[in-house]
Design a protein around this ligand. Sequence first.
Ligand code: ATP
Ligand code: MG
Length: 413
Amino acid sequence: MNENKTTIIPRSQHCISRKQIDTDTLKVLHRLHRHGYKGYLVGGSVRDLLLGRQPKDFDIGTDATPNQIRKLFRNSFLVGRRFRLAHIRFAGNKVIEVATFRRHPKEDELPDNPDDHFHFVQNVFGSPGEDAARRDFTINALFYNIADFSVIDYLGGVEDLSRKQLRMIGDPQIRFIEDPVRMLRAVEFSARLNFTIEADIYSAIKEHKELLATAAPARVREEIMELFRHKISGPVLKHCRELEMLPHLLAGYPGTDESIELLAKIDQRTATGTPIEESFAIAALYLRLFMDSCPPSPKTNFSTALHQANEIIVSHCRYFSIASGIRHQARELLIGCFRLARGRGFKAEKRFLQHPLTPNALELFTLWAKVRPEFAPRAENWSKAIHSSSIETNTPHQPRKRFRKKKPRKNSA
Ligand code: ATP
Ligand code: MG
């Protein structure tokens, strides 16, 4: 990496003020600096502050080793088996993450066993410039230096921010082979920030999209949930579908236009402040596929729906190692939507109306009815039924009269 290109932007020439930085984060930065270490704000927070956005969290980079950080902060502890970093605890369960600058190791430094590479690569300490170079995009590799309040730009990230351009650090062909999840992150950041993706990223995605299937499912799962939390699951997965990435992300499932439309409705719901649950997100992803496999008509019996819901959800949850509680809820949501779509007047309706997951299923079904308006009257009708059923349930409980069967008297003859 050519460190001569490094630009230091003094305080007078950028917009980041200490007032915008969380006070506990500032305390940690200042303490590192007072003890002779580098204290930098790193990653997404610098990017967001420069864009005038509120950062989700503030991460710190330093040249102090994990053990030195541990000694410096009484309220700290070291975490991570793979990536050793320090967590510094503050009141109210608040945690600030401090990581030592890393670098990408040279080929001849790698351990003999390829299985050990990932762990090794994550844990070789380096200089701040080397740390910037191992990150994904230029806009994610900016540092804010507490020593003089300057922004350090090793790779041209500030210019890319102003051009609204997403540029990979290094050759995307190599960086995607190194870590395929970066392909999803490229699409994610372009949607989040409304940035243009550079042409070389697109061509590398075209070439290497299949590699997504080799990424650790736990990481893909986390990154997909990030899309839902950021309310961009609709546009990102739509773009991933256009780029033919989706089947490689979702264990072979190519998605459908309608399922993507439904995700956009879910993003709107999350934007109104309803937190997104993973079971809801999974059920939404597969609702269209499920409905196709067991059309909600009186001809389709309930056991077929149960079987189909199980097949679809179990295969997703097995691939992503998702806990049984979430799996159960996702399946119940699909089955609930099946019942709602079939209409009222079935045998166990009263019990269904009072089931704790039914309002959730109705929420999903109501969003689905926005994609498929022919279901809208049905959703409306169910909403009224659930409402009056809950009023009925909340009325004071009347003890039921019990009629005891008379026991036959002994020796009655
Ligand atoms: P957010 O607002 O979602 O937290 P972020 O940019 O902070 O955005 P994180 O996923 O929290 O994103 O990652 C923190 C930083 O770590 C990124 O800014 C980037 O520099 C680096 N990073 C994360 N994932 C990768 C990756 N797969 N490859 C290289 N660098 C990465
Ligand atoms: Mg972050």
